[in-house]
Design a protein around this ligand. Structure first.
Ligand SMILES: [Zn+2]
Ligand SMILES: [Zn+2]
Length: 416
């Protein structure tokens, strides 16, 4: 038997309803913040991700699905979408659009990760990018938008974590200091930290090894080493969030390992996800456009939501919410009734009701199926009833059955 490839999965009903819910909420929230959808290809030239995501990241180093195409070019399934959005932005001169350029995307990404809870090799992200402004106003608005998105999805208990990682002017001095201080405690740290101490000292701050924590907590904080411009920028972002009543925790250890990230970084976590509890990561980037070949700078800020994880938390916290809802199950019991049922179904559907019809003329079988599919009502149509123009409507929860005229049906079904 052929099965789905390891690390991939089928999203089946009723779970697919939770996915649709999340995606339609996201589209609606994006619309109200004036973001427009961008759809980029699922694969790109490998060089785009090597430059845009970073050669020395785990993603590019170990996790990409890369192959040589028949003409010899190296192609890669997208491991994330920001680099693709930026490539499209440059290629189509989207910088010509007036004002801040706001794009959102949703769809599958591909990484050859070790499968673990809530992680898949084909996984889904919902994300957005606001390009063309360095203003902290945009940072605060992006963060407000994600908080609103989670609220409208019906997700409680999220935590917003915020930091600034400085800029190309103030970060080098901090990194030099960080390297020095890590060297002093290096013998106490794990093997990963010892390696990163020289290659990418910021990533030491990400370490989750329990024994390392007291040493890492004692390392210097980037927030004490921001220059005036970065300090001002961060203060404004915080003041704007405070003014909107959005609560957050400042965590100086929240950093991103890539050079082009600057200033605001943020993350949303949820307790239900355990140690790997991040459901959203985002931040401001500068130099990304240049890294992939743009002549014009394109400062921006973006984020991506791990949709698999978001849906998992929603399903766990609202197990009954995404059950399918059939309003009316039609049970025609004869040939004339069967023909009539078609027109009746069309009428009810045009009024917005979800209608299912029995494929069996036996009432007992029809009621069984209606029960199992969770239909609210069964409408029983005998040939006699069709000729007299009245129907028997059975409330599946209470068992109560009433006779109704066609004109009375909709109001009755709508009433609860
Ligand atoms: Zn700075
Ligand atoms: Zn460590």
């Amino acid at each position: 038997m052929i099965r789905a490839v390891k690390g991939t999965r089928d999203i089946l009903p009723p779970a697919s309803a939770a996915w649709n819910h999340v995606e339609s909420v996201a589209r609606e929230v994006f619309r109200t913040f004036n973001y427009q959808e961008i759809r980029t290809p699922l694969f790109e030239e490998t060089a785009l991700f090597a430059r845009g995501v970073g050669e020395d990241t785990d993603i590019v180093g170990k996790e990409m699905y890369t192959w040589d195409d028949r003409d010899g070019s190296s192609l890669t399934l997208r491991p994330e979408a920001t680099a693709s959005v930026m490539r499209a932005y440059i290629e189509h001169r989207l910088d010509q659009i007036p004002g801040v350029k706001k794009f959102y995307y949703l769809g599958p990404m591909f990484r050859r990760e070790r499968p673990q809870k809530g992680r898949f090799r084909q996984f889904y992200q919902i994300g957005a990018e606001a390009i063309g402004s360095e203003s902290p106003v945009i940072d605060a608005e992006v963060i407000e938008m994600v908080v609103e998105l989670f609220r409208r999805c019906g997700l409680e208990g999220i935590q917003l974590i915020l930091n600034s990682v400085g800029c190309k002017d103030c970060r080098p001095a901090y990194l030099a200091l960080l390297r020095e201080k890590i060297a002093e405690v290096a013998p106490h740290l794990c093997a990963d930290c010892q390696r990163r101490a020289t290659t990418n000292p910021l990533r030491v701050l990400d370490c989750k090894v329990h024994e390392d924590q007291p040493y890492i907590d004692a390392l210097p904080s980037i927030l004490d080493h921001l220059d005036e411009a970065c300090r001002q920028h961060f203060a404004t972002v915080r003041a704007l969030l405070d003014a909107r009543g959005i609560s957050y925790e400042v965590r100086p250890r929240l950093v991103r390992g890539l050079d082009y990230y600057m200033r605001t970084t943020f993350e949303i976590t949820h307790g239900a996800l355990g140690a790997q509890n991040s459901v959203l990561g985002g931040g401001r980037y500068d130099g990304l456009a240049e890294a992939i070949g743009s002549k014009v700078p394109a400062p921006g800020i973006g984020f991506s939501i791990g949709e698999d994880r978001l849906v998992m938390i929603l399903e766990e916290s609202h197990p009954d919410r995404f059950k399918p809802a059939v309003d009316v199950f039609l049970a025609p019991l004869g040939e004339a009734a069967e023909q009539h049922a078609g027109a009746l179904a069309a009428e009810l559907r045009s009024q917005g009701f979800s209608v299912e019809r029995s494929a069996d003329r036996k009432l007992k079988r029809a009621l069984e199926v209606a029960n199992k599919t969770g239909a609210r009502y069964t409408l029983i149509l005998g040939d006699d009833e069709v000729s007299t123009g009245t129907y028997s409507l059975k409330d599946m929860a209470s068992g109560e059955q009433v006779k109704l005229k066609r004109s009375e049906l909709a109001a009755r079904i709508k009433s609860n």
